[in-house]
Ligand binder design. Structure first.
Ligand SMILES: NC(=O)c1ccc[n+]([C@@H]2O[C@H](COP(=O)([O-])OP(=O)(O)OC[C@H]3O[C@@H](n4cnc5c(N)ncnc54)[C@H](OP(=O)(O)O)[C@@H]3O)[C@@H](O)[C@H]2O)c1
Length: 434
């Protein structure tokens, strides 16, 4: 169906903070280009905020600031609602209301899309409108659209990403400048790369939300965030980073999704990444996604995963797509509604390679007893480093071959009980060399 082209498309913003301001800036700066690309003038007419008296840089005086959500959501003149306020409620309710009132919706909200995506796609389908969410994962890096459209011909085997800038900044600083974890975190906060409460980032929860969205699209499944095993980076030490370096690895927080015959394997954890892997050279606040498709082979996306303008770049691209769809009368085409949940393999049944750092009495036979316990549990060893720390204690670092996680952790429990073992200082998964 071909509909008449609207010369003006009105946009209502929900939120005018970091991302909302970037959206306003891009629409002002690139107004003529965007009008040429879409055939319409794109105008923000209203913006919902908490505090209209706040000083706001780059504020377009033509935009009406309001604290009354329904005056934006039900305004018949508004065509597209851009939700950049964050959080679950009231954002979820506002998007539902916008759809009910015939608006297309663009959102940057990963938490909401990861937790309530299915519900919102259903509402969009019911009202024959679309939800666009490119900015919800990877900020300015195009990920959603490439997976959904450009790679649609492929069966995607795996996705593996550095999709949290805060943790990547911290781990990069610990590696490059040998800063300890607390100092690197304080620096990330001072530079605006970490929030005042960084818990969700450090514990891998933020990356798990993003992985849920990406894995859902890559494997055409409905992914529950709670099925994603997550591990924090707070136990990482410069000592581990230095041993990893000696063994030929760097430590990164990876979000990993694979589709296997047994089901989906989904996890977020600190990982020893071989130095020659493309993800090893993704530093500081940068993000990247490494993907393997059966036709395209290996592919990597790299760029700024957050920030006002990079994130707004993705939001405005979604707005432009929405405008094209409005012009061409394309209403709902949510392929996400065709997805059905696939089984997720529990971590205990997954196979991984492990780095283990432990302290033991510096006496003959210690290493032999550790190797025997691992051997009994069918855990074979790939690499070993042994360093003497003082007269009584030795530090042993070893890397296993790929093993069933359950067997590995059972052996580790037995090793902890050995008389000669003082403690297990850290255990980190290792990415197999390609
Ligand atoms: N920042 C990034 O780099 C980035 C990257 C990717 C995705 N995102 C996502 O983008 C979204 C927005 O992030 P942001 O960094 O722009 O957030 P932000 O700077 O905190 O801005 C939030 C905006 O929403 C308004 N707001 C929040 N709750 C409201 C409520 N209940 N009623 C009315 N207004 C409300 C705030 O109003 P006031 O201005 O009056 O306080 C503010 O303008 C989030 O979902 C985030 O996860 C952000």
């Amino acid at each position: 169906m071909m509909t008449s082209r609207k010369s003006v498309i009105n946009i209502g913003l929900l939120g005018l903070g970091t991302v909302g301001t970037g959206v306003m800036q891009i629409l002002a700066k690139n107004r003529a280009d965007i009008a040429a690309k879409t055939g319409s003038e794109l105008k923000i007419t209203k913006a919902l905020v908490r505090d209209p008296s706040k000083t706001r840089p780059h504020l377009d005086p033509a935009v009406e600031l309001t604290t009354d959500a329904s005056s934006v959501l039900t305004d018949p003149a508004i065509d597209i609602i851009v939700e950049v306020m964050g959080g679950i409620e009231p954002a979820r309710q506002y998007i539902a209301t916008a759809l009910e009132h015939g608006k297309h919706v663009v959102t940057a909200n990963k938490d909401l899309m990861a937790l309530c995506g299915y519900e919102l796609f259903s509402a969009a389908q019911e009202h024959n409108k679309n939800i666009y969410y490119e900015a919800s994962v990877g900020g300015g890096i195009p990920l959603i659209r490439p997976i959904k459209h450009c790679l649609a011909a492929n069966r995607i085997r795996s996705i593996m990403g550095i999709i949290n800038g805060t943790t990547n900044y911290i781990l990069t600083q610990m590696t490059a400048a040998k800063k300890d974890f607390q100092d690197a975190l304080a620096e990330a906060q001072a530079k605006g790369f970490a929030e005042a409460d960084p818990k969700n980032d450090l514990e891998g929860r933020d990356a798990a939300y993003k992985l849920a969205i990406l894995a859902s699209l890559a494997f055409q499944s409905v992914v529950n965030v709670d099925d994603i095993a997550t591990e924090s980076i707070v136990e990482m030490s410069v000592r581990d980073i230095m041993y990893a370096d000696e063994l030929g690895f760097v430590i990164k927080l990876l979000a990993i999704g694979e589709e296997t015959q047994e089901g989906l394997k989904l996890r977020v954890h600190p990982t020893l990444v071989p130095k020659d892997h493309p993800l090893a050279s993704v530093h500081n606040e940068f993000n990247a996604l490494f993907l393997v498709g059966d036709a395209v082979g290996e592919l990597m996306f790299f760029g700024r995963g957050a920030g006002s303008l990079p994130t707004a770049s993705a939001v405005v691209a979604d707005v432009i797509e929405a405008v094209h769809n409005i012009h061409h009368g394309i209403e709902n085409h949510a392929i996400e509604m065709t997805f059905a949940a696939k089984p997720v393999v529990p971590m205990s049944r997954s196979r991984s390679k492990f780095y283990v750092r432990l302290k033991a009495k510096d006496q003959p036979g210690v290493f032999g007893s550790v190797a025997t316990v691992f051997g009994d549990a069918q855990v074979s060893l790939d690499m070993i480093l042994q360093t003497r720390r003082d007269v009584n204690l030795a530090e042993i670092v070893l890397v296993t071959h790929e093993v069933v996680e359950h067997n590995f952790y059972q052996a580790l429990e037995r090793i902890k009980q050995l008389d000669s073992i003082r403690n297990i200082s850290n255990v980190i998964r290792v990415l197999e060399r390609g």
